[in-house]
Ligand binder design. Sequence first.
Ligand SMILES: Nc1ncnc2c1ncn2[C@@H]1O[C@H](COP(=O)(O)OP(=O)(O)OP(=O)(O)O)[C@@H](O)[C@H]1O
Ligand SMILES: [Mg+2]
Length: 395
Amino acid sequence: MSLASREEILEKTGHVVAVRNVSFDVRVGETFVVMGLSGSGKSTLIRCISRLIEPTDGRVVIDGEDVTAMDEKQLRRLRRQKMSMVFQHFGLFPHRRIIDNVAYGLEVQRVDKSVRRARAREVLRLVGLEGWENHYPGELSGGMQQRVGIARALAVDPKILLFDEPFSALDPLIRREMQDELINLQKIMHKTILFITHDFLEALKLGDRIAIMKDGEIVQMGTSEQVVMNPVNDYVREFTRDVPRSRVLTAKSIMQTTLVVTETDSLATALSMMPGEESAVAFVQGENGRFLGMFTREQARNLAVTHTDVKSLVRACPTVSPDTTLADLISFVATTNTPVPVVDGDRKLVGSVDRVSVMMALGGDVDTGYGPAPKLGENGRTGEPSGLASDQPSK
Ligand SMILES: Nc1ncnc2c1ncn2[C@@H]1O[C@H](COP(=O)(O)OP(=O)(O)OP(=O)(O)O)[C@@H](O)[C@H]1O
Ligand SMILES: [Mg+2]
């Protein structure tokens, strides 16, 4: 069934469709970013989640509880204890001191003055505003006021933080600083964050996953890498155009499968598995599956007289992680002619990258597994990328 367009609905009913057909899950501890141009429905969406705006249809479920079915009292408890919102225009009380702005959520909860002030001091320290407790909002810069807004949200120790374009009013340098601080805070806090922005680069930087909205609908949802590498339409593609690929693409999207031998294999077996060129390499893992190192066919040939097993031949070598960006891979592949092993958190070999694949990816000619595969025939490369399209947050 095709839906009537927003224009048709406006004409027929006089109602603006602000959000429709939107469905997504935010995982515990994840930073989920909703990005879209002005008027695309972002604020309406985030306000529906706390029911500051009543959705006309659909459900919002938090921790298994149906928010859309809550009565006033339950809703108040949810808003006071479980989630906090940070707004674009700070929304501080001008006639309250910073400390009492921050303690406000606790005051509403009727927490003792000394307790709530102690907690307010603690979160002010966390956002770098120690010493400003007794000032008034008007005496602080925009960036500092937004820190107060964040401190106020954190004071009640909510599980969920909702941010509606919190950094949009800040100038670019302060904005970047605030983004970095949010990333650092999140490393300590592990909150579940829903973050709204109209800035695509901000979305890429902060989001474990990103949803892109247009005219009230989500047009694409995925990790930064998925969105940048495989925009679903021109609307998304336009955002991705100026994105530095080297900072978004990672080893896992360009790596190839490689030959792995086990340390207990005989050299003869290993050699029989390796391609013919002298520069061919074999990566070696221990019997426990952990990566040990590598050797080239040339090295194997030279030593085959005195060495008969793989174990005595293997040499340790630098490794990279699946999340290493192209920008960081460059220095690895620049210093060696051999492929660089990609090793996961358990020291298990998951693939390899070499100079050619990094250069091709930087140039835009890459099989990321996110789109149709370009031909890589010339150098005989047939390895497939693996470990793609992970659903797990990558940060
Ligand atoms: N109270 C309202 N009454 C009528 N229409 C509204 C109201 N609030 C929002 N809208 C309309 O709903 C649509 C979505 O608005 P919304 O504020 O959610 O967008 P947004 O993505 O947050 O934009 P911005 O980036 O400018 O904040 C817009 O077309 C807007 O005109
Ligand atoms: Mg908005």
